[in-house]
Design a protein around this ligand. Sequence first.
Ligand code: 13P
Length: 258
Amino acid sequence: MAERKPLISGNWKMHHTHLEAIAMVQKLSYLLTDADYHVTDVSVHPAFTALRSIQTILDADRIPIALGAQNCYWEPRGAYTGEISPLMLAKLAVSFVIVGHSERRQIFGETDEWVNRKAKAVLANGMTPIVCCGETLEERQAGLTSSLCLGQIGGSLAGLTAEQVAGIVIAYEPIWAIGTGVVATPEDAQAVIGAIRIEVGNLFGADAAAAVRIQYGGSVKPGNIAVLMSQPDIDGALVGGASLDAEEFSRIVRYRAG
Ligand code: 13P
């Protein structure tokens, strides 16, 4: 089984106008080198309004940063005012689509069933879903972390083939660690992510479990990424706040440099 290549993803959430996004990607492209891309996959997930601008820059300057989206609907077209389809994203050369982020689950009421439909639609359009799971502080304190995350993963991946699961990305993002500055300990993150990998094995087989990339997300910074990445089952990071600054994000991508 080949080594899992780390994937460091910047989720810009509802930040950066398309003009700010352009400046950000240009700065990032000066800071990162081919040597970085060789050992680590990098994706950026701007707002929908910036996707076209960023796609044009990545393409014109041949920058090997993967373009990502933060969400999508599951239908290819139709009367769904305000929604964006996976077909539209695929036409913009989007590679990764985050589905089921906790902010979408909590603020917009997305369920595992919706996340499942979105993951399938993303795959059907030749892109890779980053499927998120994670518990609240109350759920953690009640000892529900593993059962909740495994339930979210089982529901969100239902009906996918083992081959599909092998190629997707899962992101474990404890909600209490998002935007709080409180990062999970490497041991806690590893414990949950290890349990998710075992569950993927139970549901989809050993090959899928060995291949699927699982990211950690929640207050990842240049100062804590290396120790997180030293854990055996952590294959990358989904970074919010620290991905908004090119210099800070580039240091996260270069976590091996210390
Ligand atoms: P922060 O890195 O700002 O905690 O956000 C994490 C996150 O939600 C990424 O999707």
